[in-house]
Design a protein around this ligand. Structure first.
Ligand SMILES: [Zn+2]
Length: 108
């Protein structure tokens, strides 16, 4: 089947994105010495999570399409979590961020 350039590039970029994502998650598991989720040791599929959301400078899923140097730098503060743990942590982190926001607002 002959593809247009646009179709070719779409498939190429999607494949590259998912390849990089797999490698990034493997990197996080190896870096932290886990073979499962960083919190519950459970099986994947995994998501990329910032251990401390305050250190977040960019979204890893966005960096997957950028030069790799920025991605590796961002991944140093990240861990691989299973979906359930990420959901629980997201709720906690969200509550914390809201508390800080209100504290700043009261101080102002
Ligand atoms: Zn987990």
């Amino acid at each position: 089947m002959v593809k247009t350039r646009k179709q070719y590039m779409r498939a190429y970029c999607a494949a590259r994105y998912h390849r990089r994502r797999r490698v990034a998650i493997l990197f996080l598991l190896i870096m932290r010495g886990n073979d499962g989720c960083a919190l519950c040791d459970g099986p994947g599929p995994f998501v990329i999570d910032h251990v401390d959301p305050a250190t977040k400078t960019d979204d890893p899923s966005r960096l997957l399409t950028r030069p790799l140097r920025a991605l590796w730098r961002e991944l140093r503060g990240c861990q691989a979590l299973c979906g359930a743990c990420n959901y629980e942590k997201m709720k906690r982190d969200g509550a914390e961020l809201r508390r800080e926001w209100w504290a700043r607002r009261r101080a102002a």
